[in-house]
Design a protein around this ligand. Structure first.
Ligand code: DLL
Length: 431
């Protein structure tokens, strides 16, 4: 079931649509947002510089810092009376970034989220347990509004209160769940501890997960433990929130809603485009948004693009699941690694859980990586000798597959703090 015609446009038609809308967006920001007028002039370009899609490369990049520097509303291209919704990042590492939506932007958001829900087969008779943060975070309300417009019943359970959430899930019988992968795992652990049978006591038939990277190992574990398909959702507030891309039933990759968000991949060092299919930093341009149009936003997310048509019938470009963020990449003794690669190795080792934390410290000129991993409840009573053997096995696998020399510490079950939303995987003591 496909939600909208644009998802099956032939490439030429998509490109015509993209060029037309890119030109309109360049006009819009140049004339209505002083920040962009200045940036365009610094690069020696104006809206007429856009004659083909490749000309997008002439335009300046936008970074998170630009939103902070223009806090709160400096990048909006409409008067505040046209803004019907504000969302914002938490601002724990600086000023928050503020994003605003006009009524038309809200329609676009519901449209792109609707497409993703439909990829998982969601219909009006479904009941959505929306276990993701409500409030200034875009996760909760992004799903909520789209699902409600599809006449789905929404349970706005948000995060936290895990035992109560499980009770609601047993009694209200939701068919769909949306949460972060780490909270899905935490809910499963709690459900098992509280004596629920995950396959029999609940009525779930499909899950939507996103907002943080998840290795294939973690995805498989969530699928198995809950007994439901794993649909991945990608998005970021600066672009719209959840709804930029989502996975269908036929591919692990995520269809980008590219009639609204134009995607490029660049080398984060040289800022030049990479070869088609190569990994690099995802750069997104909104081409239909009114309130906060963004040109060439450097997401910091590492992925690759795949233009081959999908068996599901959609023709939109697909992105690989995000491998990690440029700023989460660890360089340990010259080896570049993302936490999701470590997670993938852990997923294939018996006796441990996927609750882990990476502690990075500086030792002289070198980075030292300690990996704290929770062991399974049932092996807690095993002898020190067995635990040492397990520790050595993890170290060996990390060395063999990632060339990573890590200090592994096995810690007791439930000793690593669970997050209600996005998991904190790295404690970087170098900063
Ligand atoms: O996390 C929006 C969202 C909500 C997406 C719910 C999916 C589901 P922000 O808080 O602005 O917005 O964070 C955006 O989160 O740049 C990525 O680094 C990360 N992220 C989002 N989705 C995924 C995903 C929301 N599927 C940042 N895989 C992005 C990996 C993701 N990382």
């Amino acid at each position: 079931m496909i939600f909208s015609k644009a998802e099956t446009f032939i490439r030429k038609k998509m490109q015509r649509h993209q060029l037309e809308n890119l030109k309109a967006t360049a006009e819009r920001v140049y004339h209505l947002v002083p920040f962009y007028k200045r940036k365009f002039e610094e690069c020696g370009v104006n809206p007429d510089s856009i004659q083909t899609l490749c000309d997008i490369r002439k335009l300046p990049f936008t970074k998170k810092q630009d939103l902070r520097d223009n806090y709160p509303y400096g990048l909006f291209s409409v008067c505040m009376d046209q803004i019907v919704r504000i969302h914002s990042s938490s601002g724990t590492t600086g000023k928050p970034t503020v994003v605003g939506y006009t009524e038309k932007d809200m329609d676009i958001w519901s449209e792109v989220m609707g497409r993703i829900l439909r990829m998982g087969g969601v219909v009006s008779s479904d009941i959505l347990h929306n276990a993701i943060g409500y409030g200034l975070f875009t996760g909760g309300l992004g799903f909520h509004e789209a699902a409600q417009r599809m006449k789905v019943t929404v349970i706005p359970s948000s995060t936290g209160f895990t035992s109560r959430q499980l009770l609601l899930m047993k009694d209200f019988k939701p068919t769909i769940i949306n949460t972060t992968p780490s909270f899905a795992l935490h809910m499963a652990e709690t459900a098992i501890k509280e004596g629920y049978d995950l396959h029999k006591d609940f009525n779930l038939r499909v899950g939507f997960f996103g907002a943080e990277p998840a290795s294939q190992g973690l995805k498989d574990e969530i699928k198995d433990i809950w007994g439901i398909p794993f649909h991945e959702v990608y998005g970021l507030s600066e672009i719209i929130g959840p709804g930029v891309a989502g996975s269908c039933n036929h591919s692990n990759k995520l269809h980008i809603n590219e009639d609204h968000f134009y995607a490029e991949i660049i080398d984060p060092e040289t800022l030049e485009p990479v070869e088609e299919g190569e990994r690099g930093e995802l750069v997104l341009t909104t081409i239909t948004k009114q309130g906060l149009p963004i040109i060439r936003y450097r997401t910091g997310d590492i992925t690759s693009l795949d233009y081959t048509p999908c068996r599901c019938g959609r023709t939109t470009v697909k992105m690989e699941s995000v491998v990690g963020r440029c700023d989460d990449m660890l360089i340990v003794s010259g080896v570049n690694i993302f936490p999701s690669q470590i997670e993938h190795i852990l997923a294939n080792i018996e006796g441990i859980t996927l609750n882990y934390q990476i502690v990075v410290e500086k030792k002289g000129h070198l980075d030292r990586l300690e990996l704290d991993v929770e062991i399974n409840d049932d092996i807690m009573s095993d002898s020190i000798k067995d635990l040492n053997h397990l520790k050595k096995e993890i170290q060996k696998e990390l060395l063999n597959h990632l060339y990573l020399n890590a200090q592994v510490k096995l810690v007791q079950a439930n000793s690593i703090e669970r997050s209600q939303g996005k998991a904190v995987r790295i404690i970087d003591k170098r900063k």
